[in-house]
Design a protein around this ligand. Structure first.
Ligand code: MGD
Ligand code: MGD
Ligand code: SF4
Ligand code: MO
Length: 739
């Protein structure tokens, strides 16, 4: 490793030191707090319970919150260190206006003046080019109240169709597949159903690094004797302790799911009673998977026939099971089909809707679940309603006090919005809680688009890399500076509690949005005085929808440690497990547990197609991208937390020793990876835990360290998720200083 350290240092010199090391953060040692606030972690979708230690309006540390049932006091490194971001010197305390003559390219501006400028520019652009010429990009780290308000703000105040959110890069493939198969988009089970499952199947999820508390559930299942099956091109930490590892070639998961179903049918490992009574479409799927014999499946997936047969045997014969997947199968141009393939396997087994029998996608962002339910998606209205459905439009318009005709129709997805910017159809943009310059694929295109905007306003608590292109930056709030609900990984609605006030001129995000509405003289509908008021309207707006929150209150959440939706009335306790046989749902009106008029789940034929950009002679290797445990998403927050930076300072290229040797690359060597869109030079990390035909790079860094310079902007035709998990590249040892 000596060489790795040396080369890494050389690399750091090349790119300059980390701002995180400059942070003058006050440490918690020996200070007695004024109060402890029970709340949740601000980072991933598991939303671990945590108690924040507060002294003099500053979060100075944490205590475990052992009673919170999901994590029982456990936290991962990010949760432990999150308190270090609040007092970071980069925290935005004022509004800023772009000014190339000023240091850092921005000058401070009075908050009210900034709001007035934003309103004037919105008015100018919309009156000249039409309402849709102003776009809104939002995020799923926002509380559900804020997410709801953003959807309402775009449709009712700005009257633009063009709003979408960063969950477009995250949850939409699973969401679309769940809707197609079950009629509802939520984890089917609480995580306690993992504990006694006989088989736990994990596809494309690096749970030990990305859903660390879930690892504990899986390990407990193993203690009870469960067999753990992991499918990933990399031997991730959870794969190191699994019973069967299937090293799938990136982009080939449907073939595997179809191959397993083929063997289930061949061996009659099916729940015929469940299939007959509670599903439709099995015959067509059975016919389709007929061709997916083990030989063909092995050829396409790169997994041995023996391992495929073993997996099918364990899965097929189990009495109870839980299938989990995450972005590894979803970040694909056939992400929806991948998820449908997984669901087919679950439905054929009949193991869903029962104790210890479950299925879920692993939600990513803090409010990845709640953020995808209440109307910040381009085609959606609150309660997971459909913006193109006349009844849904009429209901929500009624709650908002407008006519359905006044409500815009569906807009376009987040990536397409950039294409519209490129074509001059969108000229102004407001972004909140989104860093597309780092997180979208082929991001040199995104940078070009940002420079084309006539006007761009960003709301954040740090100046993220996208906001560096803004004309106006407004200082928003950190999670601990506001209250509201989020919905975590299991579908449990929980409450974020306020620990401190926003510092300086920083404001709670919902206040900023309402200030803009007021400056536009379109205040009607935007005069809420608290998140609770917004929540109470959201409850009504969601009533009767699939994501029905109408029976949830802040008090009920506190009393029950969260409430699982749907919760359609005040006396309803919530619904931890969906699809229980004998249960009814609002759509089925008496006939069955799935969310369709006939109460039955749908099998869907999931045909295999290769990735959008397959390998060839010129670009013979596959690049896949993802995460490391100590960094979060585009890194805006975690790259400012010194101890997390120390844990994994720079992106590294994971490469197998066989490939490294062939290319003359040693561990730590600066190495160049090149795709048709761009190149990157980083130190190599030679590991035996990756397929020799694949390289992996984490994506949490900006600029020349951003792997999204190389990724492809091809999207799934249904969900519009980008294909982050596979594109074609070539790899070589870097020449000169690596630039
Ligand atoms: N530490 C940390 N935790 C996080 C986050 C973070 O940024 N950092 N982000 C949160 C968010 S928003 C999300 S979406 C989740 C993401 O959680 P995960 O989806 O678990 O994380 P990823 O690293 O994106 O990808 C998961 C795995 O997919 C594998 N993979 C790549 N291609 C394929 C393929 O074709 N098939 C299969 N089967 N596997 C493949 C990768 O090798 C990787 O191990 O994590 C959440 N938690
Ligand atoms: N190559 C590659 N790219 C990927 C992925 C991958 O696996 N590979 N994964 C994709 C996935 S799954 C995701 S989810 C996206 C995430 O991509 P982004 O959403 O762009 O990443 P974030 O870092 O969450 O950016 C959110 C911004 O919101 C700010 N923020 C956080 N909370 C709040 C809040 O409460 N209020 C306000 N005002 N601001 C807030 C943060 O400071 C940050 O600047 O990245 C995607 N990009
Ligand atoms: S990042 Fe996720 S696993 Fe880690 S403490 Fe926060 S919520 Fe828990
Ligand atoms: Mo995500």
């Amino acid at each position: 490793m000596a060489q790795a350290t040396e080369n890494t240092l050389e690399f750091i010199e090349h790119f300059g030191p980390h701002p995180a090391y400059a942070a003058g953060v006050r440490l918690e040692t020996g200070v007695e707090p004024d109060k402890l606030v029970k709340t949740h972690c601000c980072f991933c979708g598991q939303q671990c319970g945590i108690q924040l230690k507060v002294k003099d309006n500053e979060v100075i540390g944490f205590e475990p919150w052992e009673e919170f049932p999901f994590n029982r006091g456990m936290l991962c490194p990010k949760g432990v260190k999150r308190y270090l971001q609040g007092s970071h010197p980069d925290r935005l305390l004022h509004a800023y206006q772009r000014d190339p003559a000023s240091e850092g390219g921005f000058r401070e501006l009075a908050y009210d003046q900034a709001i007035a400028l934003v309103a004037a520019e919105i008015q100018r652009i919309q009156s000249t080019h039409g309402n849709d010429a102003f776009g809104v990009l939002t995020g799923a780290s926002l509380t559900t109240e804020k997410a709801y308000l953003m959807g309402k703000f775009a449709r009712m105040c700005l009257k633009t169709a063009n709003i979408d959110y960063n969950g477009r890069l995250c949850m939409v493939s699973a969401g679309a597949a769940n809707k197609k198969a079950f009629g509802i988009d939520r984890a089917a089970n609480p995580w306690s159903d993992i504990l006694k499952a006989e088989v736990v199947w994990i596809s494309g999820a690096n749970i030990a690094e990305c859903a660390p508390i879930t690892t504990n559930y899986v390990w407990q299942a193993r203690e009870y004797g469960a067999k753990i099956i992991v499918v990933d091109p990399r031997i991730t930490p959870i794969a190191r302790t699994c019973d069967l590892f299937l090293p799938v070639k990136p982009g080939r998961d449907i073939a595997l799911f179809n191959g397993i179903l083929h063997l289930m049918i061949e061996n009659d490992w099916l729940d015929h009673d469940f299939i007959t009574k509670h599903t439709v479409g099995f015959e067509a799927v059975a016919e389709h998977v007929h061709e997916w014999n083990p030989k063909k499946t092995a050829e396409v997936t790169g997994i041995s026939e023996r391992a495929i047969r073993q997996a099918a045997e364990w899965w097929g014969q189990a009495k109870s099971s839980f299938l989990l997947h995450a972005r590894g199968i979803e970040h694909h141009t056939h992400g929806v089909q991948n998820c449908l393939g997984a669901i087919n396997m679950v439905l054929a087994s009949g193991r869903i809707g029962r104790e210890n029998c479950g299925y879920a996608t692993i939600t990513g962002q803090a409010n990845g679940q709640g953020g995808r339910e209440h109307g910040q998606k381009c085609d959606q209205l609150p309660g997971a309603r459909d913006i193109s459905n006349p009844e849904h439009r009429a209901y929500v318009a009624g709650v908002w006090g407008i006519t359905p005709e006044e409500m815009p129709q569906a807009g376009v997805d987040a990536y397409e919005m950039f294409r519209l910017i490129d074509r001059g159809e969108i000229r102004g943009l407001l972004s909140i809680c989104f860093n597309p310059k780092v997180s979208l694929p082929d991001n040199s295109f995104i940078t070009r688009c940002l420079e084309k905007l006539e006007f761009y306003v960003a709301i954040d608590f740090f100046l993220n890399e996208t906001a560096e292109h803004a004309d106006i930056v407004l200082p928003g709030s950190l999670q601990e500076e506001d209250e509201g609900v989020v919905t975590q990984i299991e579908g449990r609605v929980i409450k974020i509690n306020k620990a401190v006030d926003p510092p300086g001129d920083a404001k709670q995000d919902w206040r900023i949005i309402q200030d803009i509405a007021k400056a536009l003289e379109r205040e009607k509908g935007f005069t809420f005085s608290s998140p609770r008021e917004i929540f109470n309207e959201l409850r009504i707006a969601s009533k009767g929808g699939i994501a029905d929150y109408s029976g949830i209150t802040y008090e009920k959440i506190e009393k029950q440690y969260g409430v699982f939706w749907p919760c359609p009335s005040d006396d309803h306790p919530g619904t931890p497990r969906l699809f229980e046989l004998g249960s009814l749902n609002p759509i089925a009106k008496g006939s069955g547990p799935f969310y369709f008029p006939d109460g039955r789940a749908r099998f869907n034929v999931a045909p295999y197609t290769p990735p959008a950009e397959d390998t060839d002679e010129e670009y013979p290797l596959m690049l896949t991208t993802g995460r490391v445990v100590s960094q979060f998403l585009s890194g805006t927050q975690t790259r400012r937390i010194g101890p997390l930076v120390d844990q994994y300072p720079e992106p590294l290229i994971e490469i197998h020793p066989q490939l490294a040797q062939k290319l003359g690359i040693a561990n730590g060597d600066l190495t160049t990876v090149e795709s048709r869109r761009g190149d990157i030079t980083l130190p190599a990390m030679v590991v035996t835990t990756i397929r020799p035909d694949t390289v992996f790079v984490p994506y949490h860094w900006p600029g020349r360290k951003s792997i999204n310079q190389l990724t492809i902007s091809a999207q799934d035709p249904i969900s519009k998720i980008p294909e982050y998990k596979v594109c074609a590249v070539r790899v070589r040892k870097a020449t000169g200083n690596g630039s």
